[in-house]
Write a protein that binds this ligand. Structure first.
Ligand code: SAM
Length: 291
């Protein structure tokens, strides 16, 4: 049910509005986001030049102030004082939902501590948009943000996620996409399902769902797939993967045998010779969509 108080900012004693803005398609700017940004006294944004363009396109003339990772802590005292004097402010980021791999957490926390009201104007978020089109389980997911830039640190982070049962969502730069997929393949195994979503809501929007091995091959064959903004999603560890003896080597052997035998028969043979669960191997094959 829509609340009458949810439409305009001055109807509630909200101090800080956290407002989502488009991730590439200006058509995704909501009416409520525009109205809120028009009505507040100040808009806090990462880059004033970048956000001015959005404001111009939406007839918003509210003053802008830059709040980014490096000045957020210093600005908080001044902002709290102004909010306590009754000013209303909106927090936006360059794109999408503030605080999601973007600044604002310290300010929002400080507002709560000062008993100032914070309210959301929800909207675009690359992680959620990607999850909605990825074709991977969406009942449970974990947002992992950006992985470390260096391979050793990246693999260490990924190793800590090997047993994560929920779909994992990562942000990645175009330059590091291929290297990250290679590390994921090494850590999660080549049959783990993954989806690469690029340029969501834009002209070259693409979603590629497949195993990590297929994704690696696609990126190697078509450099255009690495261009633009990227979200990588990796399926959680299938329950069958946790069965004793079901190692990446056994899974790979099963995949090899499946090229010559029906998957159920191949799983039965491995079960007979290696003592691993036939059902678990077959379920893994099903989960990878390869039967
Ligand atoms: N706060 C933003 C949000 O709500 O999604 C994310 C900000 S984070 C600094 C930027 C990263 O988000 C990009 O490097 C990319 O991984 C992802 N991203 C943003 N826009 C995207 C788009 N249109 N398509 C795919 N990924 C996108």
């Amino acid at each position: 049910m829509m609340s009458a108080t949810s439409t305009a900012p001055d109807q509630r004693k909200t101090s800080l509005w956290v407002v989502a803005t488009p991730i590439g398609n200006l058509g995704d700017m909501s009416t409520r986001a525009t109205q809120t940004l028009q009505a507040v006294d100040l808009i806090l944004c990462e880059d004033t030049r970048h956000s001015r363009k959005l404001c111009q396109a939406s007839a918003i003339s509210t003053p802008l102030k830059s709040l980014h990772e490096h000045n957020e802590a210093q600005l908080i005292a001044e902002l709290l004082q102004r909010l306590q004097q009754g000013e209303q402010m909106a927090l936006i980021s360059d794109a999408g939902t503030p605080l999601i791999s973007d600044p604002g957490y310290r300010l929002v926390k400080a507002c709560h501590e000062a008993r100032l009201t914070v309210a959301a104007v929800p909207g675009p978020c690359a992680a959620i948009a990607a999850l909605s089109v990825a074709g991977l389980p969406s009942d449970r997911f974990s947002f992992q943000g950006f992985l470390p830039a260096k391979s050793a640190a990246r693999k260490k982070r990924l190793q800590g996620l090997v047993h994560e049962p929920a779909t994992m969502i990562f942000y990645e730069s175009p330059q590091r996409l291929q290297a990250s997929v290679r590390d994921m393949l090494e850590v999660f195994g080549d049959l783990r399902l993954a989806c690469q979503c690029r340029e969501l809501t834009k002209a070259f929007e693409t979603s590629n769902l497949g195993t990590l091995a297929e994704l690696e091959a696609l990126l190697a064959a078509d450099p255009d797939q690495s261009r633009g903004e990227q979200v990588l999603l990796v399926a959680g560890q299938p329950a069958a993967d946790r069965e004793p003896g079901i190692t990446p080597a056994v899974i790979a052997l099963h995949a090899e045998l499946c090229q010559h035998l029906p998957p159920r028969l191949a799983a039965g043979l491995l079960s007979q010779h290696l003592g691993v669960s036939r059902n678990a191997l077959y379920a893994l094959r099903l989960a990878a969509g390869r039967t």
